[in-house]
Design a protein around this ligand. Structure first.
Ligand code: UD1
Length: 421
């Protein structure tokens, strides 16, 4: 069944919204269950399609999984197959996270080349190069990565040419079971990478440099780990998206169940744009701006401004006073929301990796199409301030990463409905 979202604009928001667990932390933690010698329970799991896809992949490999609300238990002890097949992997790029753990555990594996968000080429060369440096032989056969390391992966020094989030996670998991010491340089510092490191540390893996770009990890010589039950950290991108919803409608809203420090670059940018904040222990309240100021944005790795918030801020900049320039530094083709925003009356000029966004725009409702996960949320934000009723189609992109989106927006007072196409 295909659905679209119907959103009537020009409503103020108010109240509070509870932020779910982070999809981008849940996925590597689920992949890490392949390293475990016992059944693991993960809590604060977001109910989103990407998580279900990975659970399906684990089951397909032979694992037993049980999802109850936001709690999932995973037992990978029955896993015998090391082949992650195309039908599941093509649905989600992050399936590649099973490559490191499967290879480290079985000494061989076949993982289909990933699909997922259409935001540029998104290669996996850095994952493969690092595994080769650890002694694996890798061939690409009929769309599959066929990896072998019959005598186990060997610890070594790996310098990542670029900061890669899932690449870092993949190699951290591989290194946890490797023979000897692995030194990783230019590692991603995202909170989701940090949580994975902490889970490995709590499982008894010796790991130094957590949260920095240089990590040393002592492998277990192939012995499976005693991974402990874990609560997934809050989703900083979902949190940022709701803060932007409050901002674009210039409303007072509160997000709860968040970690304030993970939101620093997003809050700082909103402050520069004129919004105020009150922070509680696990909550953040956005206060309306007297005037929304234009602001230039450049995406970068954590702790910089996240590329996963670029589309949402672009929608917000259409309502600012003046011109904003948005530089996308991580992905070369992450501007597909621009043409859809233009259909709603936005004036955005693209040149290379830079977008010039004119502010003070009167947006109008239109039929628009979601093109990737975060682009979809930018269209919802634009719809909140547009004149009339916007229809956002292809929302399966949105369901990959946002839990109960229309329920949460409705609770904030938005007029939003999920309807059949
Ligand atoms: C992760 C996040 C995604 C976020 C992105 C950047 C997950 C599941 N997804 O994606 O939401 O947008 O980080 O913060 O956590 N690159 C290469 N070769 C590689 C790997 C990456 O050239 O082998 C390049 C990419 O094309 C991109 C940059 O490195 O330009 C960063 O990508 P990366 O951090 O790997 O993104 P993902 O881990 O896929």
């Amino acid at each position: 069944m295909l659905y679209y979202l119907s959103i009537k604009g020009k409503q103020k928001l108010k109240g509070s919204v509870c932020i779910s667990g982070a999809k981008n932390s849940a996925l590597p933690l689920l992949a890490a269950t392949l390293l475990s010698k016992n059944k693991i329970t993960l809590s604060n799991i977001p109910n989103v399609v990407d998580v279900k896809t990975l659970l399906k992949l684990l089951e397909n490999l032979g694992a037993k999984t049980e999802l109850n609300g936001s709690v999932v238990s995973v037992d990978t002890t029955p896993v015998k197959s090391a082949c992650a097949n195309y039908d599941i992997v093509r649905k989600m790029r992050a399936s590649i996270l099973t490559l490191g753990p499967l290879l480290a555990r079985f000494g061989h594996c076949e993982v289909s080349m990933p699909g997922g968000c259409a935001i540029g080429q998104r290669p996996i060369d850095l994952h493969l190069k690092a595994l080769e440096q650890m002694g694996a032989t890798i061939e690409l056969k009929q769309g599959y990565v066929v990896a072998k390391a019959p005598d186990g992966l060997k610890g070594t020094t790996i310098i990542f040419d670029k900061v890669t989030v899932t690449g870092s996670e993949n190699i951290l998991m591989a290194a946890a079971l490797a023979h000897g010491v692995t030194k990783l340089v230019n590692v991603a510092k995202e909170p989701e990478v940090v949580q994975l490191c902490e889970v490995l540390r709590d499982a008894g893996v010796k790991i130094e440099g957590i949260g920095t770009s240089k990590i040393t990890i002592v492998g277990s010589y192939g012995e499976l780990l005693d991974i402990k039950d874990t609560k997934v950290i809050p989703d900083r991108i979902e949190a940022g998206t709701y803060l932007c919803a409050g901002a674009i409608t210039n409303s007072k809203i509160t997000i709860t169940d968040v970690i304030h420090s993970h939101l620093e670059s997003i809050i700082l940018k909103l402050e520069q744009m004129g919004f105020g904040f009150e922070t509680g222990e696990n909550s953040v309240t956005l206060l309306p701006a007297s005037k929304i100021e234009a602001s230039d944005i450049e995406t970068s790795e954590y702790p910089g401004f996240p590329t996963d918030m670029q589309a949402q801020f672009m929608a917000l900049c259409t309502q600012a006073s003046g011109t904003s320039i948005i530089d996308e530094r991580l992905f070369e083709n992450r501007f597909m929301h621009v043409s859809e925003l233009a259909r709603m009356g936005a004036n955005i000029k693209l040149k290379g990796h830079s977008a010039t966004v004119e502010g003070d725009m009167e947006l109008r409702a239109a039929d628009v199409m979601a093109t990737d996960l975060r682009a979809s949320s930018a269209l919802i934000l634009a719809a909140l301030v547009a004149e009339g009723t916007t229809k956002v189609h292809r929302i399966y992109h949105l369901d990959r990463g946002y839990e109960n989106l229309e329920g949460k927006f409705s609770a904030l007072g938005a007029d939003i409905q999920r309807l059949e196409e």
